[in-house]
Design a protein around this ligand. Structure first.
Ligand code: HEM
Length: 138
């Protein structure tokens, strides 16, 4: 990704940060509307989920700036997700819910450039997590 894309991500992330809890409730409502069977996998309260959502977004943002620094953390995250029962096809649903949340949360700031930057970031991160999840641990 180029600098412009990374900047787009970072600026839009700063706009979502102050509304983390609202964004989290939008995100999970959308996710469970898209796939109600995912609901029982999430056990924590909304506040904790809001924090998880923000750490997820932060990871994407930081990762694009400096992928080599976060690869080991993303690989462990991918393996942990396999243990939560997450299947490869769930990444598409989560990605769609995330983009929808960003669109609602950012309003006019969700420009086509910002959308593309997030799409690329989500694809990259999901790919790394899935790859790690499919590799054996030694
Ligand atoms: C797009 C990449 C994703 C990122 C960056 C991400 C990030 C996170 C983080 C930071 C946590 C906190 C726990 C931990 O660190 O292990 C978490 C938990 C969790 N994630 Fe994800 N996640 C992603 C995709 C998904 C997908 C596709 C699913 C499928 C439904 C999912 C389901 C869960 C569940 C069930 C938990 C535990 C929830 C709980 O205990 O309440 N995640 N995720």
């Amino acid at each position: 990704m180029n600098n412009q894309e990374v900047q787009n991500l970072q600026r839009s992330f700063e706009l979502v940060e102050p509304i983390a809890e609202t964004a989290a409730s939008l995100f999970y409502a959308r996710l469970f509307e898209l796939d109600p069977s995912l609901r029982p996998m999430f056990k924590s309260d909304l506040k904790t989920q809001g924090e998880k959502l923000m750490s997820t977004l932060k990871l994407v943002v930081v990762g694009l700036d400096n992928p080599e620094k976060i690869i080991p953390a993303v690989q462990s995250l991918g393996k942990r997700h396999a243990s939560y029962g997450v299947q490869p096809q769930h990444y598409e649903t989560v990605g769609a819910a995330l983009l929808w949340t960003l669109e609602k949360g950012l309003g006019e700031a969700f420009t086509p450039e910002v959308e593309d930057a997030w799409k690329n970031a989500i694809t990259l991160l999901s790919g790394l997590m899935l790859e790690a999840a499919s590799e054996p641990s030694y």
